[in-house]
Design a protein around this ligand. Sequence first.
Ligand code: ADP
Length: 419
Amino acid sequence: MGVARSAPALVVIVVVPLVVALGLAVALAVSRRGQRQSAVAAARAQAAVEAERDDAVEARVQLERALDAIPQAVLITDPAGQVVVRNRVAETFAAARHSDALVEAAIEELLAEALEGRVGHRTIDLFGPPRRTLVIVTNPLPDGALAVVDDISERRRLEATRRDFVANISHELKTPVGAMGLLAETLMAEDDPAVSRRLAERLVNEAFRLDRTIEDLLVLSRIEGEEDPLHQPVPVALVLAAAVERIGPAAEQADIAIHVSAPDAAVAIHGDRPQLVSALYNLLDNAVKYSDAGAVVEVRATAVGDAVAIEVRDHGIGIPKGDLERVFERFYRVDQARSRATGGTGLGLAIVRHVATNHDGEVRVESRPGEGSTFTLVFPRASDEPASSAAARPPQSASSSSSSSSSRGPSGPEKAGIA
Ligand code: ADP
């Protein structure tokens, strides 16, 4: 009985708390699992958000790098007009310089209009120096505005150069053609055979001048088109020999002696032989044209370290200091009359400069009026052998003199074409 009475009590005292405790433990475990699961889910969500944020940051960095790499200035604003993207070029306008501040002000004004939905376009000329022309284009964006600023100064300069060139060519061609027309008309009305002959000779001279100008223009355009000429080693001694041979008849006619000092046959330049011969021929042609009868012209090539210098020195009329920079321009002549009288086209030095540029070289000039000029072509040396050994070798010397004998006919000294 006692036992019978104590059994329910046992249930109450022992089992119920046990069941309750068990229930609590299960509930706790379930809730802990739930907590763990939700913590994992939260961490996953957090990671996803962070990954998204990283992706966005990466995308923005990439976009900024791309925008920094383009030559135009780019600015993007938010809907309130606050600039949120400004690339590297656009940074320069934020500088304090007066002209840049003008550009910045124009950009701000156009961006404000773009935020109101209007497309903008403005050209700004900055008088420098350097002189610059900028074009600002602005566009509305769904949530802001975009401005792109393009520096078109170089394009403008090229257009102006092309326009000048066309005008110069027209003038250069018009002059001999006009002269030929007049000479032909006069010739038609002339009865005296001696006068007719003189007129005919002048007519032929003008025709030759026209021909040389067109030939030089073709050479120039061919050289300009060949920015990367065949780069084979060309022995400098061969270039000298070919150019000196070509100038021979004109030098003889003008009673000019050409003294040559050529380097060892191993000294070479990487490049295009006809172009190199053409450049040197043009320098020799000028040296002969602008020297007096009986003078000497020296052509000397030397290897100095990794470079080769080809020097053409004359003792002729020289070039005034103020013209030295300009003589390499097309059709620039110090003395129009002398250039024309000697059959010059005004294109020889432009050809020389182009050939030098095409061969990663340069051309320099030193001159004194009344004393003479020295033009020097400098090219990188073809490195088939150690530069030091060849540089140490003294250049071989040769000398060729000419006397006045053979005649070149009415065309006079011929201007260079590519051999
Ligand atoms: P051109 O056909 O008139 O000689 P170039 O382009 O070869 O044209 O030379 C341009 C100008 O530079 C010449 O008209 C001349 O005034 C000047 N010049 C070039 N070389 C010499 C020189 N060796 N001595 C004096 N003047 C020179």
